[in-house]
Design a protein around this ligand. Structure first.
Ligand SMILES: Cc1cc2nc3c(=O)[nH]c(=O)nc-3n(C[C@H](O)[C@H](O)[C@H](O)COP(=O)(O)O)c2cc1C
Length: 302
């Protein structure tokens, strides 16, 4: 019998341990359907705000030797638009990513999805390049506490917090999230970075500073998952630089129960999820693991 690659992130059950990370392929239900068929256990939407946001002017994304540098500016059509779209056609496991500045932004958005079937919410407390949201919220413990408390009170589905590396200790954000009743942590978002055109001397991104993603950030993300899992009793989803089954296994051993894949989906497009799921399954067979949970956090024993 082949190993069971289904997994749980706290109250969230997934048929497969690989998910699409937020922001990589927007909110197209056609694309989500295709990736689900290809093996994604869940699809995380682009972060949605209370109202539509335009984002920044181009250039907003640069391909690096490995991975990307982006400051898209969270352009999205708004939570009410997506909730309506989903209410008309919902067939795949979707986690809705939400972004806002104050608790009322988040509770307004949660109300929009009241009668729509979704797996859960992921609160974006970590976008590194938009003012008054993302990391600026994640860096403010009082705000993190009131946002999570308000969303938990309003939501009928599990709520995850996505953390990143800002100007305060991210482990304090995790601590506050845990104390406020969060169901799980996604770690990590992109890392603040920039690139300059040496001919003109201009920063390349219109926003100048953006977030770096892809394989170069993997060791940082693995370290964060390991630290969170060592210090807190909270389900974790690892994210950052996963592009092979070996990367995914590393995150599971560090302590996450599932992984999200972003840049590698942009780079390879097809086949990433099935390839990684197959690799995890073969690895489990070889190591005699029957269930994903048997390998989660093994690295902490050493
Ligand atoms: C173009 C682009 C847009 C992104 N948009 C979002 C977003 O809207 N919300 C969010 O939480 N993360 C966003 N991210 C971050 C990813 O979800 C992920 O955390 C990060 O890219 C690290 O994973 P990766 O190395 O597999 O890409 C974005 C990343 C990229 C490259």
């Amino acid at each position: 019998m082949s190993p069971d690659i289904s997994t749980h992130v706290g109250p969230i059950s997934l048929e497969r341990p690989t998910m699409l990370a937020s922001g990589i392929l927007g909110i197209s239900l056609d694309v989500f359907g295709r990736l689900y068929k290809e093996g994604a256990g869940a699809l995380v939407t682009k972060s949605l705000s209370k109202e539509p946001w335009d984002g920044y002017p181009n250039p907003t994304i640069i391909g690096l030797k490995h991975g990307y540098l982006n400051a898209v500016g969270l352009s999205n059509p708004g939570a009410p638009y997506f909730a309506k779209m989903l209410s008309q056609n919902q067939t795949v496991p979707i986690i809705v990513s939400l972004v806002g500045s104050v608790p009322e932004d988040f509770t307004f958005m949660v109300k929009q999805f009241e009668n729509v079937k979704i797996l859960g919410y992921e609160l974006n407390l970590s976008c590194p390049h938009v003012e008054k949201v993302g990391l600026e919220v994640g860096d403010d413990p009082e705000l993190v506490h009131t946002i999570i408390k308000s969303v938990k009170k309003e939501s009928k589905v599990p709520v995850l917090a996505k953390v990143g590396l800002g100007s305060s200790d991210y482990l304090e954000t995790v601590r506050t999230a845990c104390d406020s009743g969060i169901d799980g942590i996604t770690a990590i978002n992109t890392l603040r970075a920039m690139a300059i055109d040496i001919q003109t001397g201009r920063p390349i991104l219109s926003h100048k500073i953006g977030g770096m993603s892809g394989s170069p950030i993997k060791p940082v993300a693995v370290r964060c998952v390991y630290e969170i899992s060592s210090k807190f009793d909270i389900p974790i989803i690892g994210c950052g630089g996963v592009s092979s089954w070996e990367d995914a296994v590393e995150f599971l051993l560090a302590g996450s129960s599932a992984v999200q894949i972003g840049s590698a989906v942009g780079e390879k497009w097809t086949g990433v999820f099935s390839e990684i799921n197959d690799g995890i399954s073969k690895y489990m067979e070889k190591k005699n693991y029957k269930k994903i949970s048997e390998m989660v956090g093994i690295a902490k024993k050493f």
